[in-house]
Ligand binder design. Structure first.
Ligand SMILES: Nc1ncnc2c1ncn2[C@@H]1O[C@H](COP(=O)(O)OP(=O)(O)OP(=O)(O)O)[C@@H](O)[C@H]1O
Length: 276
């Protein structure tokens, strides 16, 4: 495996990444074009933008479910650009929008932990579910959530609410403090109260595990409150990149007006809804 050089303060370094898809009529859709990004260790970066801007495709390439046409992705100094997704597990974790996609519904919470733990050693199997050490780790992770879910280790994940599942998914994603956590609209499918709870839990989990988070969201208020940096995407490129100071100095409407000036179109209604 190629060991790429990168700054030790950098968790994620993307260089000149491009991806295009071909339609049935062979028309080419350039989804991500010449995309470069460097993220400092422990930073939470929110990614917002137009519909179809390429946000999910970007996360897919970092998690390895889609391979880029060109460019390079380096995580903690390791070139993962073409590494199979399962081999990225120790470095990159993802929490998806739909709670059902984050755990195996028919397995208990403890078994889901066991599976995830064996995956970090790249040998997926359930045997460790009977292991006391797995239980201790699961309890420790669940305690971090502060939601009183410690007594739910032996229920199947399908019997948990959507918010409880997303919370457990975050605790599983934080196992072993991965370099990068990808949060893919992970509160979008929840009712407002659960979404608010999960946003707070996310901030705690991300900070406690010292991980770098890349958080795709259509919730502008969430992005401004919880992120250290805001990237705004349009047509596969970054049209705005604001640090915390710049995010705090401007109103949501100023940011949105700047986006419209750069992108030639307004942010989607659902993005502004949360901030109005
Ligand atoms: N596997 C695929 N095959 C063909 N086209 C794809 C594929 N995946 C994504 N696309 C196209 O790439 C473009 C970007 O899609 P993507 O899902 O990355 O956007 P997004 O920014 O996440 O959008 P949204 O905010 O609406 O979820 C869209 O035009 C989409 O149709």
């Amino acid at each position: 495996m190629l060991q790429a050089s990168s700054n030790s303060a950098t968790d994620l370094q993307i260089t000149r990444l491009s991806k295009q898809f071909r339609g049935l009529g062979k028309e080419v859709n350039k989804v991500i074009s010449d995309f470069s990004l460097t993220i400092e260790k422990g930073t939470t970066v929110a990614v917002v933008g137009s519909n179809g801007a390429g946000k999910s495709t970007l996360l897919n390439m970092i998690s390895g479910t889609v391979l880029p046409d060109s460019g390079q992705i380096i995580v903690r100094g390791r070139d993962i650009t073409f590494l199979p997704s399962w081999k990225r597990v120790p470095l990159v974790r993802r929490v998806r929008q739909n709670p059902q996609d984050n755990m195996i519904s028919s397995l208990t919470v403890e078994e889901n932990f066991a599976l995830a733990l064996s995956g970090t050693r790249q040998k997926y199997r359930l045997t460790p579910a009977r292991n006391r050490a797995v239980r201790d780790i699961a309890v420790h992770q669940i305690e971090m959530l502060g939601m009183g879910l410690e007594n739910r280790l032996h229920v199947t994940s399908e019997s948990l609410s959507g918010g409880q599942r997303q919370a457990i998914a975050l605790a599983i994603a934080a196992l072993g403090s991965p370099a990068v956590m990808l949060l893919d609209e992970h509160t979008a499918a929840l009712d407002p109260n659960s979404a608010q709870r999960i946003k707070e839990v996310t901030e705690r989990i991300v900070k406690e595990s010292g991980t770098t988070a890349l958080m795709v969201t259509h919730d502008m208020a969430h992005a401004l409150k919880h992120a250290d940096r805001l990237l705004m995407l349009h047509a596969g490129t970054i049209v705005m990149d604001l640090d915390k100071g710049e995010m705090q100095r401007q109103t949501v409407h100023q940011i949105s007006a700047q986006f419209a000036a750069h992108a030639g179109e307004s942010l989607p209604d659902e993005t502004m809804l949360s901030a109005s």
